[in-house]
Unconditional design. Structure first.
Length: 232
């Protein structure tokens, strides 16, 4: 099962008012394992960045001025997303901006049937609690000390850990099928898995008893009273 955990940064709250997406960060998971494949891009929004938004993510007009337009990188993003389910926190917000950008350059919007909203999951598990990404990371013991400002790829990394916790924790190796394609797709995990396998299934070390050990073993055996093997 392939899933993409993603986050966006924007110039504001509503694309219908002219706000644009300026950053997207995506992380690929297959069968709840991060594959090491990511997609991260900044976009020139073709408009000025409001100060309030810049204070949140730190992306200034100067920084974004030489970045690509979304329409020049849309195909690359869509190729990475493929037909995977898309996981986001308050996913309606991120889907709204992503689909607005796609529509602006003539692409079909992504179906909301592919949407998984971790905010909705958290609401059902923790009604009445604080449900921001920061609050939920604190609840589940996820280190967010390096999160000084919002950043799409950083937030997607935190959300990946949170999503796993919200949906029961990580359980690797429960699949019954020997799926070669799946193993190939998580090649980044292979060295770790192979080391674990070698450690677990390594053949026993050959051992040859010397003469002294054999003599002591014979004395030990002869000292056992009424051994069971003599009754056979």
């Amino acid at each position: 099962m392939r899933e993409i955990i993603f986050d966006t940064e924007t110039t504001g709250f509503d694309p219908q008012n002219g706000d644009r997406m300026v950053e997207i960060g995506c992380i690929e998971m297959i069968d709840r394992i991060e594959t090491g494949q990511t997609f991260h891009c900044y976009y020139n929004p073709e408009r000025l960045m409001p100060k309030a938004a810049e204070n949140v993510h730190g992306l200034s007009d100067v920084f974004l001025s030489d970045k690509k337009l979304f329409k020049t990188g849309a195909e690359e993003l869509l190729t990475f997303l493929g037909d995977a389910n898309l996981v986001a926190h308050n996913a309606q917000f991120d889907f709204k901006f992503l689909n607005a950008e796609l529509l602006l350059c003539g692409y079909k919007p992504i179906s909301q049937f592919r949407m998984i909203d971790t905010l909705a999951i958290a609401k059902s598990k923790h009604p009445g609690a604080k449900l921001s990404l920061d609050a939920l990371c604190s609840r589940y013991g996820i280190d967010r000390s390096h999160r000084v400002k919002h950043g799409a790829l950083l937030d997607a990394e935190l959300l990946t850990q949170l999503y796993i916790e919200l949906t029961g924790g990580r359980q690797i190796g429960l699949g019954l099928a020997d799926d070669t394609k799946r193993r190939d797709s998580i090649a980044g995990m292979r060295p770790t898995l192979e080391r674990a396998a070698r450690k677990q299934f390594m053949a026993p070390r050959e051992h040859h008893a010397d003469a002294d050990e054999l003599a002591r073993h014979k004395i030990f055996i002869e000292g056992i009273e009424n051994p069971l093997w003599t009754e056979v």
